[in-house]
Design a protein around this ligand. Structure first.
Ligand code: 13P
Ligand code: SF4
Length: 317
């Protein structure tokens, strides 16, 4: 367990993190959902696809993956010769956990002849029984690249699966999983915000439930929502995804107003992933200093999981 003695200011911490990263030839990569201060200290910020692509091509010796555990695993699988660190090993993902590898393997075995498409939000062991991995950025494109008559299993996110079925006309067999953060957005709360901000456009991540997705002016991955918010002529946006993305939206489009859609079960103004928020500046510093925790993936599992991940990267070029 890394320890950190609480004597440095945020500015000193950021300075020390950058110094250690330079000295150790480390790249700090962050997902849009982590705390804004961690995003600010990163070399690279991206969505799940961009993080995997960046990991695959970096020549740094150490990768510090500021995100959740499956993101660290994906980097470790793609870069077996590098040291991959995650600031907090407890940063897991409810969606990945909604698909235990043994149960998924049993489900796959019960459906011979099916092509298995898995969302990147899965453990390495689940990826090991997968034919091709997708992210929210490329799921449509990859599913459409499969033969029209292919029988497909899609796991674990049923909301994303339903959305891709609706776009492609496919009838994929869906695993019954969900992200507890995205599943919490509600039509009622978004309509309440629409009454307050009638000109606002609604941005929705496809992990949200179908009725919420139907309200969207733009549905997409975090990177796609960010790109839309920057380019679109609207001045106000209601954002239905984890609220960490607002940090980069506000930075890239400071003249625009971004309103975080709240979860259905609270009066709190934003919807946060508590796993992503475990990643703090203090932990990034301690993890770079001590070079731990290191992400390790069982060799046999990694050898199987790398194939569907590489297939995804190939199909996303
Ligand atoms: P993207 O990074 O593909 O937008 O996915 C969001 C997410 O839930 C990551 O955990
Ligand atoms: Fe997992 Fe949802 Fe958190 Fe993303 S937001 S890491 S899918 S629990």
């Amino acid at each position: 367990m890394n320890t950190y003695n609480n004597t440095m200011t945020k500015t000193q911490l950021k300075y020390e993190i950058r110094r250690l990263a330079r000295e150790k030839n480390a790249i700090i990569m962050a997902h849009y959902y982590v705390d804004g201060a961690v995003q600010d200290v990163a070399d690279f910020i991206g969505d799940s696809l961009a993080l995997a692509q960046q990991a695959a091509k970096t020549d740094a010796k150490i990768i510090v993956l500021c995100g959740v555990h499956f993101m660290g695993e994906t980097a470790a699988i793609l870069c077996p010769d590098k040291k991959v660190l995650v600031p907090d090993e407890n940063a897991t993902c409810s969606l990945a956990e909604s698909c235990p590898a043994d149960e998924f393997a049993f489900f796959v075995k019960a459906h011979p002849g099916y092509t298995v498409v898995s969302y990147v939000n899965t453990t390495a062991a689940t990826k090991a029984v997968t034919d091709v991995v997708v992210t929210s950025s490329n799921a449509r494109q990859i599913v459409e690249s499969l033969p029209e008559d292919a029988k497909i299993i899609f796991g674990p996110d049923q909301n994303l699966g339903n959305y891709i079925n609706s776009l492609t006309g496919r009838n994929m067999l869906l695993w019954n999983g969900a992200c507890h953060v995205h599943a919490r957005f509600s039509v009622e709360k978004i309509l309440e915000l629409k009454r307050l901000y009638p000109a606002a456009k609604v941005l929705v991540h496809p992990e949200c439930k179908g009725p919420v997705v139907k309200l969207a002016d733009k549905v997409g991955s975090t990177a796609a929502l960010l790109k839309f918010a920057i380019a679109d002529e609207a001045k106000e946006f209601i954002v239905a995804t984890e609220s960490g993305i607002l940090h980069e939206m506000q930075k890239k489009a400071p003249q625009k107003t971004f309103i975080a859609a709240p979860p259905d079960d609270s009066t709190c103004a934003c919807n946060e992933c508590e796993y992503m928020k475990l990643v703090t500046l203090e932990k990034v510093y301690a993890c770079l200093r001590d070079e731990q925790p290191v992400v390790s993936v069982d060799k046999e599992i990694a050898a199987k999981a790398v194939k569907p991940i590489e297939r995804m990267l190939e199909l996303s070029k």
